[in-house]
Design a protein around this ligand. Sequence first.
Ligand SMILES: Nc1ncnc2c1ncn2[C@@H]1O[C@H](COP(=O)(O)OP(=O)(O)OP(=O)(O)O)[C@@H](O)[C@H]1O
Ligand SMILES: [Mg+2]
Length: 290
Amino acid sequence: MIQFHNVTYTYNFNTDTCKDAIKNINLKILPGEFLAIIGQTGSGKSTLVEHMNGLKKPTVGEVFVSGQDIWQKKFDITKVRFKVGLVFQYPEHQMFEQDVFSEIAFGLRNNGIAETKIESLIFEALDFVGLPHDILNSSPFDFSGGQKRKIAIASTIAMQPDVIILDEPTAGLDPYSSELLLKKFKDYNKNKGKTVILVSHSMEEVVRFADRVIVMHNGEIKMEGEPRKIFTKVEELNEMGLDVPQILKVFLELRKLGFPARADIYTVEEAKQEFFRLKNLTKGGKSFVK
Ligand SMILES: Nc1ncnc2c1ncn2[C@@H]1O[C@H](COP(=O)(O)OP(=O)(O)OP(=O)(O)O)[C@@H](O)[C@H]1O
Ligand SMILES: [Mg+2]
């Protein structure tokens, strides 16, 4: 479990340009949950998640992982890094090795995994992200943005962390790869009982994959709950520069036109069923929708 207690983080502390990027955050993340974090650009999402594996130290407040205050003097912060894996928003920021093999092996070696086991864990990680095995001798810098992102994800997933944090993992990936990866993470969450934390700008991803969503605005948590409940608050979300899933908007528009459509349609399958329901509705003996 990860817990934040009154956490504030100030960039450029004690200078003229100081700025609170997150303010007074109280948050509990339970083992095995799939949590999404949304919020407009600059709202503090990356700053928030960088506190979860001890990459950033709160200016004020405490972060607890499995009940331990991770910034207590006696505590070994490297333990948290093995337990909580973070895939950066910009994957280049976490790459430094000469070849893909060493890049993915880095964390495993640091964690004391035997060399004999490392190769199979690397192959498994490449399969997870859908990359071929023959890239292991190439430089991680010689790949496209999307491929680098997959290598960064493979480096983190190879460690099989109890908690994996994905800071906009599908940015720069084609829709097919994005879908496949998110399904893999859902599977990692459901079948292995691991915690997944997803920072996303895609409301479709959030509603389909997350159990719970938190909404950040100006460094604060403004809303929190099940995605389907949060997305009923269309106006409040719009005021924070956020949208609802596109497919829901179709049905909200239909309602404005006088159709008795449901206002809680989030997936293509639900939309299909709702269209059939509307089609079969009769008004004055005629089909409501032609
Ligand atoms: N290195 C930095 N130095 C100073 N201020 C920073 C720095 N990084 C972020 N900030 C400020 O902190 C605030 C939160 O930034 P953060 O990167 O956490 O937002 P975000 O929600 O992840 O945005 P995005 O969706 O664009 O990734 C922003 O207003 C930004 O100006
Ligand atoms: Mg960010």
